[in-house]
Design a binder for this molecule. Structure first.
Ligand SMILES: [Zn+2]
Length: 306
């Protein structure tokens, strides 16, 4: 692949400069020689969108702690991470650099970072408050930053950008996809996961402050509008769909009754059953057997090679 260098666009003055192929990006390499801009830092992490970081965020220490505790065993997380890492391996076998936008606790970032050798793995969150926790879970070479997904200062910088259950929180999801397309290297691509089917909309979506669940073809259309070619699109969480429906039909007794905290503590027997079912579903999906319905949509889309 002819190497066009990865580019940083200075948030201060807009000057473009090449980023180093080796060595960290989020330290001194961020500083601008043209205007003297350097990112403010919180706990040592670069704030690329400090105005947004200061606004206050969705970050909730109790919810974060509950998530940290749940991710290793809860049925939702491990099969999902395996699916996402598997799709990256299948569609981007030669990828060397990965950015996860909306990395949260760093759980999925860690699974993907450890799944294969990478030259570079970065994680970004709109809130800086959780980054120190995420850093403790992650291999030391993974770099973390605070960033606005709509205004990414990177050009031709990443082979793969992952964004998992994040786009539905952002009003301007089309802007985000344009930013992803610009930040991808030629031939690179995105792996996206979102909740789908508006008929599954419930109090849980409102509790999570979702802007939407995606309709049929909606995310694929937005990828194309951003100049990305859709190479895979599949439903996920098909085996859990009956449960999601049941929980909506019985809103006072359902798993989703009170939002995140309840959902993070399903009974052990139910968790074990759903986890086994989802692992089986992921195995099928990675073999190319796709089910038509499911609570989530996963889309893989590619930027044209130069
Ligand atoms: Zn500058």
């Amino acid at each position: 692949m002819p190497a066009s260098p990865p580019i940083l666009v200075c948030p201060g003055c807009g000057a473009e400069k090449p980023l180093p192929e080796a060595g960290p990006w989020l330290g001194a390499a961020l500083s601008c020689e043209s205007c003297g801009w350097a990112p403010p830092r919180q706990d040592g992490f670069a704030l690329l969108a400090p105005a947004l970081a200061a606004q206050g965020s969705d970050y909730d220490p109790a919810g974060f702690a509950a998530l940290l505790a749940a991710e290793p065993w809860h049925f939702w997380f491990a099969p999902r991470a395996r699916l996402l890492a598997g799709l990256i391996a299948r569609h981007f076998p030669a990828a060397e650099s990965f950015l996860e936008v909306g990395c949260g606790t760093g759980y999925v970032t860690g699974v993907i970072a450890r799944a294969r050798p990478w030259r570079r793995v970065l994680g970004a969150e709109v809130s800086a408050d959780g980054l120190a926790h995420a850093a403790r879970l992650l291999p030391p070479e993974v770099e973390l930053m605070q960033m606005d997904a709509r205004e990414m200062p990177f050009r031709a910088a990443f082979d793969v950008i992952g964004c998992f259950d994040v786009l539905e929180h952002i009003e301007q999801d089309q802007e985000v996809l344009h930013a992803f397309a610009a930040a991808l290297r030629p031939g690179g691509g995105v792996v996206l996961a979102v909740p789908q089917h508006m008929w599954l909309w419930s109090g849980a979506d409102e509790h999570a402050q979702h802007k939407r669940r995606y309709g049929r073809g909606e995310l694929e259309g937005r990828c194309r509008a951003a100049g990305l070619e859709v190479v895979a699109s599949l439903s996920y969480n098909s085996v859990t769909l009956p449960l999601m429906l049941a929980s909506r039909l019985m809103p006072r007794r359902g798993l989703r009754e009170t939002g995140a905290t309840d959902e993070l503590t399903p009974p052990r027997w139910l968790n074990a059953m759903l986890r086994a079912a989802l692992q089986a579903e992921v195995g099928m999906s990675l073999k190319g057997l796709h089910l038509p319905l499911g609570g989530s949509r996963v889309v893989v889309a590619r930027k044209a090679a130069a």
